[in-house]
Design a protein around this ligand. Structure first.
Ligand code: NAD
Ligand code: AHE
Ligand code: ZN
Length: 421
């Protein structure tokens, strides 16, 4: 039967920083290469709040935010072969078409097929939105827009998962888990079966569940085996004995610290302007703490002095471009590598003396933790189903869509919103 327009509830961001409003939204049928998904559960992520705040250069209003979710395919457009109505899926804000220059390169998990359209809040086919309210278009967000009971996504942006998996849990695998694992480089595999992975990676994945959640959330002790550590070293290249600096001890920074600990780092230096973060960070593996406010010298100089020339790896987990510079410049001459994880506001740019790079420091960043989405998210779900990855422990609240503004207030508690009525 021909798919019809669906009217359902969605949280609409009409303007930056103004409370989201639950509206009756019309969701058009999927066109060629598109999939309409009944979203059952969505989690919140700092990136939703970042765009909502108006600081995202790609932020468009009115829009429907949300990108960490799970649901069931309701209908598919022409030419869609990989999913069908009834399939359980996780929308993926980072697509994977397998055919574009990026996907075929074997060098990145980024995909070019729909990115230009998703960056301007529309679908690729006709450069229009499938959401409207009484005829007024509402923009999509990140190609996912999961704060709606129904959404339309590109077929290259949807991962089909095991139908037995509990959607209220595995929705967390849509963003936070891969992002929290920045120690691992992108997996250079364009096929569905990704052999380089072994159970050892779980050490980092488990730590990554801290993402988007409260510092008070219990993260189970990680007990890496020698075997698992070996694989972590091989993939992450954070060698045992490395000195690691983590800037920002929020949930992302704690996840990084825990990964570094699992990789066998000898020293993990946590840097935060809020000293209250330090006690908690100890249990995540941070061995030393520096509050930049206690020092007159630039923080990079303080760290270089403390480490006989600099750290082997640093991670910026704040989104502050001055700190990104410090994170690079505290790296050791000749080999130190700095990874940008934080998302910076519109207009912000990074800078350093080119000499820093000429003399061997490396500056890189991570998107979706280097994971290829459609092929690897289902694999993560399987790991969860085999109890090799814990997720349940990180869900602290179940709320309804009507309470989404409260949920944002509680975001640090790692909220999951139940969209079922
Ligand atoms: P958070 O707010 O919980 O933690 C940030 C920490 O940085 C806080 O403890 C704060 O005190 C500290 N801080 C702030 N300014 C500082 C400074 N000048 N020097 C030292 N410490 C400072 O945030 P989070 O949830 O851990 O996220 C961190 C960053 O990661 C954010 O930018 C977020 O948007 C980003 N993020 C990125 C992705 C991604 O996919 N790349 C995903 C999730 C979050
Ligand atoms: N729109 C922002 C960029 C935001 C950004 O960097 N997003 C991350 C994911 S955050 C998930 O919580 C990312 O993966 N980026 C790669 C991509 O393709 O968007 C801006 O500054 O324009
Ligand atoms: Zn996110």
């Amino acid at each position: 039967a021909q798919a019809q327009v669906i009217t359902c509830k969605a949280a609409v961001a009409w303007e930056p920083n103004k409370p989201l409003v639950i509206e009756d939204v019309q969701v058009a049928p999927p066109q060629a290469g598109e999939v309409r998904v009944k979203v059952l559960f969505t989690a919140l992520c700092h990136t939703d709040a970042y765009t909502w705040s108006g600081k995202d250069p790609e932020g468009l209003f009115p829009c429907i935010l949300g990108h960490e979710a799970a649901g069931i395919v309701e209908s598919v457009g022409e030419g869609v072969t990989e999913v069908q109505p009834g399939d359980h899926v996780i929308p993926c804000y980072q697509a994977e078409c397998g055919e574009c220059k990026f996907c075929k390169s074997g060098k990145t998990n980024l995909c070019g097929k729909v990115r230009l359209a998703t960056g301007v809040g529309v679908m690729l086919n006709d450069r229009k939105s499938r959401f409207s309210i009484n005829g007024k278009p509402i923009y999509h967000f990140m190609g996912t827009s999961t704060f709606s009971q129904y959404t339309v996504v590109h077929d290259v942006s949807v991962a089909k998962i095991d139908p037995i998996a509990p959607l209220e849990k595995v929705c967390l695998l849509g963003c936070g888990v891969p992002t929290g694992k920045p120690l691992s480089p992108p997996l250079m595999c364009s096929q569905v079966i990704l052999l380089p992975l072994s159970t050892s990676i779980l050490v980092l994945w488990e730590s990554s569940y801290a993402l988007g959640s409260n510092l008070n959330i219990l993260i189970p002790d990680l007990v890496p085996t020698p075997e698992s550590l070996g694989a972590v070293w091989n993939t992450a290249k954070v060698e045992p004995g490395s000195i690691v600096a983590v800037f920002g001890l929020g949930t992302v920074g704690l996840a990084v610290a825990e990964g570094a600990k699992a990789a066998g780092a000898s020293r993990i230096i946590g840097i935060d302007i809020d000293s209250k973060k330090f006690d908690r960070a100890k249990s995540f593996g941070v061995t030393e703490f520096i509050n930049p406010k206690d020092h007159e010298k630039p923080i990079q100089q303080v760290i270089v002095d403390l480490t006989d020339g600099g750290v082997d790896y640093s991670f910026e987990c704040i989104g502050n471009v001055s700190v990104m510079r410090a994170a690079l410049e505290c790296c050791h001459k000749g080999w130190g590598t700095s990874v940008i994880v934080g998302v910076a506001a519109s207009g912000q740019e990074i800078s350093t003396r080119p000499f820093q790079l000429v003399t061997g420091r490396v500056w890189k960043g991570t998107a979706f933790g280097g994971f290829k989405s459609r092929s690897q998210v289902p694999w993560l779900v399987d790991k969860y189903m085999k109890k090799e990855i814990k997720v349940d422990e990180y869900v602290t609240h179940n709320m309804t869509l009507a309470d989404i503004n409260k949920a944002f207030d509680l975001m640090h508690d790692g909220v999951v919103i139940d969209l079922t009525e």
